[in-house]
Design a protein around this ligand. Structure first.
Ligand SMILES: [Zn+2]
Length: 218
């Protein structure tokens, strides 16, 4: 059943299971009726106005509109046209305004869980004696050799047996000497001599005594 309503601020059109909401002829939303979630429908509030709240696929915030007496019949018609084709949650108006889409809610929960996990890992690594080390990862754009440059001051006082945390993460041997794997900042590839180098700052959790390295996540 096709439907059309010219409301106070927005116009509604339902045609072949497509809903189009427009304002002054500008389309606000257009898409499958089935993708819309009808959150709340109030026929007449204490001020005599009708209210509708919907969740539209392309926006995070809810969509709401209100209707005065002269649009009441059309408004009820809109509700009738929508309710069988969409999910109708029948929330009260205030709950509907606070509605968060399930996928957004899920995403936020996952982000929270990941943050918590990272905080726990940080506490645990610090307790075990890991420190954050910063290195520069250098990649030769000609031969793809990867090597790491360390902090200059630190390298001048370095003891043998240390290894670049980044090199270690890449599975390079712990028995290699420090300078094979963590070199002073240079602008030349140690393998082919090319000066075409891509540099990137990298951070790792590193335990000097254990010679263990763990990926650092911001
Ligand atoms: Zn190279």
């Amino acid at each position: 059943m096709n439907f059309e309503l010219k409301g106070k601020s927005h116009d509604y059109k339902i045609e072949d299971d497509q809903i189009t909401i427009s304002k002054n002829k500008d389309v606000v939303y257009s898409g499958d009726v089935g993708d819309v979630t009808l959150l709340s429908f109030v026929k007449k509030n204490v001020f005599g106005a009708g209210q509708i709240v919907m969740s539209l696929p392309d926006r995070e915030k809810v969509y709401m509109d209100s209707f005065r007496e002269n649009h009441r019949n059309g408004f009820i018609g809109l509700f009738e046209a929508l309710k069988d084709k969409t999910e109708f949650l029948d929330l009260n108006y205030i709950e509907a305004l606070k509605y968060v889409k399930p996928e957004v809610k899920k995403e936020k929960e996952l982000q929270e869980a990941a943050k918590k996990e990272q905080r726990n890992q940080k506490v645990e690594l610090l307790k075990q004696g890991f420190k954050i080390v910063e290195e520069t990862k250098c990649t030769c754009t000609r031969c793809n050799e990867v090597w790491y440059c360390g902090n200059q001051d630190k390298l001048d006082n370095i003891s043998n047996g240390l290894i670049s945390a980044g090199a270690f993460m890449q599975g390079k041997s712990l028995t290699g000497t420090y300078h094979e794997q963590l070199v002073k900042d240079s602008n030349q590839c140690p393998k082919c001599g090319s000066r075409a180098i891509a540099k990137e700052k990298v951070k790792y959790w590193f335990h000097e005594k254990k010679g263990e390295s763990v990926e650092y996540k911001e």
